[in-house]
Design a protein around this ligand. Structure first.
Ligand code: FE2
Ligand code: FE2
Length: 129
């Protein structure tokens, strides 16, 4: 999967790394192997990804903080549900391929792109990694 680049480089690093972690998880799902560890790693990474953006948006007073945060929160809630179905491989495959990945792609191409543009414009420096 080729993800779009934003103009704030620290966000790109986080996005690329997340896709890598998700690929590992998808391999486990394909092979129908136990995936608790990979899922936890993925979920933790998603949380850190979102917190990183939220902290910077707050710090620099980004005008669309609320809708951006709401999208993140919706996905966190969703993944909390997904966590309960880690042995339903077909369903997980469908969820990640047909839902999560297109969502991530769209999220990065829209609100993350606007956020990255803003952070670049104000000369933001990453507070955490
Ligand atoms: Fe992002
Ligand atoms: Fe985001």
């Amino acid at each position: 999967m080729k993800i779009k680049k934003v103009v704030f480089e620290p966000m790109n690093e986080i996005h690329e790394n997340e896709v890598k972690i998700l690929k590992k998880l998808l391999e486990k799902i394909e092979k129908q192997e136990p995936l608790q560890k990979e899922f936890d790693e993925f979920f933790e990474d998603v949380k850190q990804h979102f917190e990183f953006e939220e902290n910077l948006m707050k710090k620099y007073g980004f005008f669309a903080y609320v809708p951006h945060k709401m999208e993140h929160d919706r996905i966190i809630n969703e993944l909390n549900e997904v966590k309960k179905h880690l042995n339903e491989y077909e369903w997980l495959k469908k969820y990640f391929k047909e839902y999560f990945l297109p969502w991530l792609d769209n999220h990065i191409a829209t609100i993350d792109t606007v956020t990255g543009g803003f952070l670049n414009m104000v000369g933001a420096s990453p507070t955490q990694k």
